[in-house]
Design a protein around this ligand. Structure first.
Ligand SMILES: Cc1cc2nc3c(=O)[nH]c(=O)nc-3n(C[C@H](O)[C@H](O)[C@H](O)COP(=O)(O)OP(=O)(O)OC[C@H]3O[C@@H](n4cnc5c(N)ncnc54)[C@H](O)[C@@H]3O)c2cc1C
Length: 483
């Protein structure tokens, strides 16, 4: 008789594979079912390949500005095929690494499309693994030796970690040719001369930044008044100013009303302030968010509650059905890889009966790897005020930081939001060079409930960009030094 797994995880993305490794560490017999690629969207079509593309763009940018650093680089250029090949290679390397990690931890990998077969019976969930609905996409998986095939599997606990896919607006369906999602934008066959990006969240802005830096005419159309809508308004405005300085066109409070494919591109009707205009470009990237992969999993028949396309879970990933859990993008916002990974760990530790800590969604950092970078954690100034608190705000601009000047990166700002009564750090918001690496300092501070006094007492190495964090805290308390 087939063994009953302690935990079977549907989906081998960052949520699923990290949960699997943690489960194996805790001595639980574990399997992962994956239909397409280990590492999920993150490693194959999201976090990692975009960062590889953006790194090429960054180096190209510096080469173009070599003179500013006293260097001579004659006419820098690029081969977009080689840029894409490098990005795909980085994904393939990490994708293979996940296979090795699962093998090392003795996690079974089952290839195929999984579905839960009805409600759990006698404390056991049955999962049927059928034909993959999609062909295996590149990068090809180096299938670990432990890999199993299609069939029926039993588990005491099932974790749904099936991720998300691009949201599609009716009438603006991606066609893989002129209307792109992130899949096509990640692998352009040639460099478009012009493109329109619909949506200015992290995904839209990262692609806008990549293509603009590589020389395309880029127009971003955002429905809301603010680009990067989840960020602090002041930080988003500073980022916007920089993008516009780089030649990016940004239309906010503007709606893409209609997209018509033409012989050589797209015509996009944009409505803004009661007027309408038609923009022409070679390509349109639809970046209007993602939606959870909840369909075809047998969740409804198993009795699992799904609300607006998201599986409803408690802070440990528990659904309303005992034995069925959900983590990562399919379990709701923020749809970020590190949130998925952390939820995976918490969920498994709870299943094991450990004293797991609940997920605190307000302490999850968010990063956008555009040029300049944007990073944040916690409440924006507006949200902190909305919550009825009296706040103290600190600001420090990169122009006052020696390292930023030495790097030739004087544009940027760190903003900190404190509770005026208690000194609690409510939020930190940054724009500028390397801020995606800096934000973790504030994440740890928030997690440890560090006081404003302790932050001011901390010694920051000189010269580093991190000193801008210290100065921002000092500024909130009227003690800023270099401004
Ligand atoms: C362009 C882009 C850039 C991004 N950049 C970042 C970033 O810089 N930082 C960040 O934190 N996040 C980023 N994200 C978001 C990040 O990719 C996701 O939050 C993360 O991948 C979610 O992990 P997950 O494990 O929940 O799901 P996924 O990574 O989507 O993995 C789910 C897996 O489940 C599999 N699956 C689905 N259904 C089934 C089934 N029925 N049977 C078997 N297998 C199934 C899928 O094939 C997939 O491999 C980015 C996303 C995109 C699109």
């Amino acid at each position: 008789m087939a063994e009953t797994y302690d935990i079977l995880i549907i989906g081998g993305g960052p949520g699923g594979y990290v949960a699997a490794i943690r489960a194996a560490q805790l001595g639980l017999r574990t399997a992962v079912v994956e239909r397409e690629h280990l590492g999920g969207i993150c490693l194959n079509w999201g976090c990692i390949p975009t960062k590889a593309l953006l790194r090429s763009a960054e180096i190209f940018h510096y080469a173009e500005h070599a003179k500013d650093y006293g260097l001579n680089i004659e006419k820098p250029g690029f081969d977009i095929g080689a840029v894409v090949k490098r990005s795909r290679g980085v994904s393939a390397q990490l994708n293979g690494g996940v296979g090795m990690l699962l093998k090392k931890n003795k996690v079974d990998v089952i290839w195929g499309e999984a579905r839960i077969n009805g409600a759990p019976k006698g404390g056991v969930v049955e999962v049927v693994v059928g034909d993959a609905s999609k062909p295996v996409v590149e990068p090809q998986n180096p299938v670990p030796k432990t890999s199993l095939g299609h069939g029926s599997y039993k588990a005491r606990n099932v974790i749904v970690a099936t991720g998300a896919r691009p949201r599609v607006l009716p009438g603006i369906e991606p066609d893989g040719d002129r209307i792109w999602t992130y899949f096509e934008a990640m692998k352009p066959k040639s460099m478009p001369k012009s493109l329109i990006v619909m949506g200015s969240g992290a995904i839209g802005i990262e692609f806008a930044s990549f293509y603009r830096t590589m020389g395309a005419e880029v127009t971003v159309v955002e429905l809301l008044p603010q680009i990067l809508p989840v960020e602090d308004a002041e930080i988003a405005a500073l980022a916007r100013k920089q993008f516009e300085k780089q030649g990016m066109k940004i239309l906010s409070d503007a709606k893409v009303a209609k997209v018509t494919k033409t012989g050589d591109g797209v015509e996009v009707t944009v409505e803004q302030g009661g007027a309408s205009q038609v923009l022409k470009a070679e390509r349109l990237i639809s970046a209007v968010g993602v939606q959870g992969n909840t369909e075809g999993l047998g969740l409804e028949a198993a009795g699992v509650t799904i609300e607006r396309g998201i599986i409803k879970v408690d802070p440990y990933g528990k659904t309303n059905v005992p034995g069925i859990y959900a983590i990562g993008d399919v379990a709701g916002a923020p749809m970020l890889a590190h949130k998925a990974e952390h939820e995976g760990t918490i969920c498994v530790e709870k299943i094991k009966g450990l004293d797991a800590h609940p997920m605190i969604r307000t302490q999850i950092p968010g990063c956008t790897y555009c040029q300049p970078q944007v990073a944040s954690v916690g409440l924006t100034e507006a949200k902190a005020k909305e919550s009825g608190r009296e706040v103290k705000i600190g600001r420090f601009k990169f122009i006052g930081n020696g390292k930023a000047i030495a790097l030739g990166e004087p544009e940027g700002m760190v903003k900190t939001v404190f509770d005026a009564k208690t000194g609690e750090l409510l939020g930190a918001h940054m724009v500028g060079a390397e801020v995606t690496e800096l934000i973790q300092g504030f994440v740890i501070a928030m997690g440890l409930e560090t006081t404003e006094e302790e932050l001011m007492h901390a010694v920051f190495p000189h010269p580093t960009l991190s000193e801008t964090m210290h100065e921002s805290v000092l500024d909130a308390y009227g003690r800023v030094i270099h401004m």
